[in-house]
Design a protein around this ligand. Structure first.
Ligand code: 13P
Ligand code: SF4
Length: 357
């Protein structure tokens, strides 16, 4: 290697290290920042060499979040970015359903998920056969699948939605004359969306619940799956936080129970959390969501304090590390592959969603 190149690389490494220090020095000891910067530097070098982009979900650990992604965001933002990508390779630092969505939108590109075990309790909570059975019991009701589903489930759905556009997708269907909408698999997101739009809620997973439908009453028909992280938050937690930190703005993800949503100041997707914290004059926030989100918001907003309950962590998101991301780029692993028919059919509800919002 020539001396000029060595100097240029050293300067680039120092610049990356400084930018990571600037964001992370209050959260992570410097020795760890240095170790993570070395990994991030090598990832960014390989990324350029392979013409790859890295998409990072808002729940990624802070050192990863602040160093290697070309875009960070919520599920909706990252689907949009992946739909516009021209890179040869998309590395998805998020969970499997997110990488699958990127693959469905980019069937001819290589999509890598750094750890194949990074699943989601919601995606596991419903199968394509469950959706087919619901369609038979509720004929004519369009199926809205939360993006947190397996590709096979999306392939038998009419629309996708994310937590950022769930109400907009349901409103769109109501405006087109649908009275009853199947909304799977997250019971709480479905209940919260029904509540927001003033609609009835039917427990679609209970046999015989179809008899409760009234032709003149618009309703959301839900399914009984839950996020294993957000279902842990209880309304009493909100009460306790408000008592201990009366100045804190409380924000919850709509995968939380409706009783929790009813008590917080603001509910919304992880993108909404980013926007609210950035725009607010308040100095203290309590986030009822995955713990890393609080770290990432603290890193980006040094003048604001994030209170969070870090016993509530997503075990799947935590599997995506800088080490695995480096291995993903080195070995081109793990490539997301889906059968042709699933790629074709699952694209329809995703395109339908992207066309609405
Ligand atoms: P967002 O789309 O709000 O980022 O949520 C994704 C998710 O998995 C929340 O648990
Ligand atoms: Fe799935 Fe919940 Fe983890 Fe989000 S936080 S990926 S919904 S298990």
């Amino acid at each position: 290697m020539t001396k000029t190149r060595v100097t240029r690389e050293t300067q680039a490494f120092e610049a990356l290290l400084e930018s990571m220090r600037a964001k992370l020095h209050r959260l992570i000891p410097d020795v760890e920042i240095q170790a993570k910067a070395e990994l991030a530097f090598e990832i960014n070098r390989l990324k350029r060499e392979r013409n790859a982009i890295i998409l990072g979900h808002n729940y990624m650990e802070p050192a990863l979040y602040c160093s290697v992604p070309d875009s960070v965001g919520d599920s909706l933002q990252l689907s949009r970015v992946s739909a516009q990508s021209e890179a040869d390779i998309i590395v998805f630092c998020g969970v499997k359903f997110m990488a699958e969505t990127a693959k469905i939108l980019n069937p001819d590109r290589m999509v890598l998920l750094p750890n194949l075990e990074a699943g989601c309790s919601l995606a596991e909570g419903i199968t394509a056969d469950d959706v087919r059975a619901l369609k038979e019991r509720f004929p004519g009701a369009p199926v809205v699948s939360y993006v947190n589903t397996h590709a096979e489930t999306k392939a038998v759905s009419d629309y996708c939605c994310t937590s950022g556009n769930a109400a907009a997708v349901v409103r769109f269907l109501l405006d087109r004359g649908h009275r009853h909408i199947l909304f799977v698999p997250d019971e709480f997101l479905a209940r919260n969306t029904a509540q927001e739009l003033g609609l009835a809620f039917i427990e679609g997973w209970i046999p015989g619940s179809e008899q409760e439908l009234r032709a003149d009453t618009p309703a959301v028909i839900g399914w009984g799956a839950h996020c294993e992280v957000h279902e842990l938050f209880e309304p009493e937690h909100v009460d306790a936080v408000k008592q201990q930190f009366p100045e804190a703005v409380t924000i919850a993800h709509p995968e939380c129970k409706p009783e929790v949503i009813a008590k917080v100041d603001i509910s919304g997707s992880t993108k909404k959390m980013v926007d609210v914290v950035k725009a607010s004059d308040a100095k203290q926030f309590m986030l009822f969501t995955e713990c890393s989100m609080g770290d990432n918001l603290a890193a980006e907003n040094p003048d604001k304090e994030m209170i969070r309950m870090c016993s509530h962590q997503c075990p799947h998101m935590a599997l995506i590390t800088l080490e695995d991301t480096l291995e993903a780029l080195r070995k081109l692993q793990y490539q997301v592959e889906l059968p042709e028919a699933i790629l074709r059919d699952a694209r329809v509800p995703i395109d339908n969603m992207l066309a609405i919002s």
